[in-house]
Design a protein around this ligand. Structure first.
Ligand SMILES: [Zn+2]
Length: 191
């Protein structure tokens, strides 16, 4: 985990100051302002499996029931395989029977971008990672309550952080401090 966080994320970090020197204003605007993180395609071909590359960069789709996370039930967070952004929680994962990992909600509304997709003679809503633009899958309106949404996501677009390994992120609110609140109601000692 330490290696992944310190080394793999650092590979894709390019200083904005350097880019402003190297690129023309138009190049900078197009490549940087549409996506927060720009990752070279050459580097991605090395880092990702062929399937991960095809799905996230060429908007491919893995075959149903072949992905590693379709029937994955561990507790934790699903991340973008390209940039590591947290996208989905195991708490909102459900078995849709579609053959792809399915979620009825996002961890953060702004983490996934939605665009109309008219390919294959259908109108679908494509989902991409807001941070790096990786193709994730599609969003349908036939999911379970409470949202009614079904995020149908390729396993090849996802990484996974087990719940136990997530403690380094520092975002675990309430997990340790939750028990302390029960003593507050007994306020007699405060006189
Ligand atoms: Zn991403």
């Amino acid at each position: 985990m330490q290696y992944q966080v310190t080394q793999e994320l650092s590979l894709i970090h390019i200083s904005q100051e350097e880019l402003k020197k190297r690129l023309t204003p138009m190049q900078y605007q197009v490549t940087q302002e549409l996506s927060l993180i720009h990752i070279s395609q050459e580097e991605l071909k090395k880092r990702l499996t062929p399937m991960q590359y095809q799905v996230t960069q060429e908007r491919g789709t893995e075959s149903a029931f072949t992905g590693e996370f379709t029937h994955h039930k561990d507790e934790g967070s699903y991340t973008c395989v390209v940039c590591g952004a947290v996208l989905f929680s195991s708490k909102t994962k459900f078995d849709s029977g579609s053959g792809w990992p399915s979620f009825y909600d996002l961890v953060k509304e702004e983490s996934v971008a939605l665009t109309d997709d008219f390919s294959y003679g259908m109108h679908r809503v494509e989902t991409t990672c807001s941070q790096c633009g990786a193709h994730l899958g599609h969003l349908f309106d036939d999911g379970p309550k409470p949202t009614g949404k079904r995020y149908c996501i390729n396993s090849a677009s996802l990484g996974f952080q087990a719940k136990d390994a997530a403690s380094t992120s520092g975002s675990a609110s309430g997990a340790e401090g939750g028990a302390a609140s029960s003593s507050v109601s007994d306020g007699k000692t405060e006189l």
